[in-house]
Ligand binder design. Structure first.
Ligand code: NAP
Ligand code: GCO
Length: 271
């Protein structure tokens, strides 16, 4: 018989949480929320300059106790080395968020195989590499939480994002497979599927036009979102804390779409 629910089931105190690529954007917002919930925060970036910018962002938000490492998540040797450093400096990873990601918006017939592979490498191969590196520690510890940052493109396609959609569709299935393979080790692997979030990654889609008008894509997305607006990275915080906490121990292999209703909505009817 499971124990009775308590609010402390949402508490992350004492947990070691690694959010990949969390110097800014969605990863940063999730790391901030985990910190507020009591977790020890680990983040990484590809170079010292980016890492220092990340530390400055955390410091600006009163987070002086985060741990940061230089690690390109596509490089397995760097990832293995980083896990060793985390385990020595902070502790065995309890919560992993595979957040680091890129997008290249190029019409498919104009996209080079190299560009396609580069997106798959960060958005799909890296979550495999990093999850593979942290799962043994989670098994030894007897529990673990993996959260993969999926996308609307885990379910839908659109022009110019073939590589990204292929990666995020694959990430949805990798999530379900980790659930299937390691659920017996008390590891829960779920996804968060953000809608359209105002971060540097989507800045080009919100840029003002030369005549000062709104970007056509900006208008399009607001028409596809019931609330008629872009979402803020902070709006992913609560769902992420839920999936990282004991409150979700019976949730596994699920993609939680935090999209303001985009996937449920045919779109605003033209006036
Ligand atoms: P972002 O602002 O572009 O931030 C991406 C982060 O990933 C950056 O910190 C970046 O670091 C890091 N990164 C990229 N490649 C890396 C690598 N090889 N090794 C280590 N770190 C790497 O993106 P975002 O909007 O916050 O998105 C974060 C995640 O959410 C991505 O997986 C994205 O696909 C997904 N997502 C975004 C949206 C959205 O609307 N924004 C919606 C759904 C899903 P550098 O500074 O070094 O590049
Ligand atoms: C795009 C956007 C999207 C968002 C996100 C939607 O070009 O369509 O970048 O892909 O980043 O993934 O969930």
């Amino acid at each position: 018989m499971a124990k009775a629910f308590e609010m402390k089931d949402f508490d992350l105190t004492g947990k070691v949480a690694w959010v990949t690529g969390a110097s800014y954007g969605i990863g940063f917002a999730i790391a901030k929320a985990f910190h507020a919930a009591g977790a020890k925060i680990v983040f990484n970036d590809r170079g010292q300059e980016q890492l220092d910018k990340g530390f400055a962002n955390y410091k600006e938000n009163g987070m002086n106790d985060v741990h940061g490492y230089i690690c390109d998540v596509t490089k397995e040797d760097q990832v293995i080395e980083t896990v060793k450093k985390i385990e020595k400096d902070v502790g065995v990873v309890d919560i992993l968020v595979n957040n680091a990601g890129i997008i290249k918006r190029i019409p498919m017939t104009e996209m080079s195989a190299e560009d396609f592979r580069a997106v798959i490498d960060v958005d799909l191969n890296a979550p495999f590499i990093v999850s593979k590196a942290v799962i043994p520690g989670m098994i030894k510890k007897g529990h673990g939480k993996i959260i993969n940052i999926c996308s609307m493109m885990s379910e839908l396609g659109r022009e110019t994002v073939s590589a990204y959609a292929a990666a995020k569709g694959g990430l949805k299935m990798l999530t379900k497979n980790i659930c299937s393979e390691y659920g017996a080790d008390n590891i829960q692997c779920n996804g968060i599927g953000p809608g359209y979030i105002a971060t540097p990654q989507t800045a080009p889609l919100r840029e003002k036009q030369p005549d000062g008008s709104r970007h056509p894509f900006d208008q399009f997305i607001c028409g596809r979102t019931p609330a008629g607006r872009w979402l803020d990275p902070e709006e992913l915080a609560g769902p992420a804390v839920f999936l990282a906490s004991d409150a979700s121990n019976a949730v596994n292999g699920h993609i939680l779409y935090v999209d303001g209703g985009i996937l449920a909505y045919i779109g605003k009817q033209p006036k």
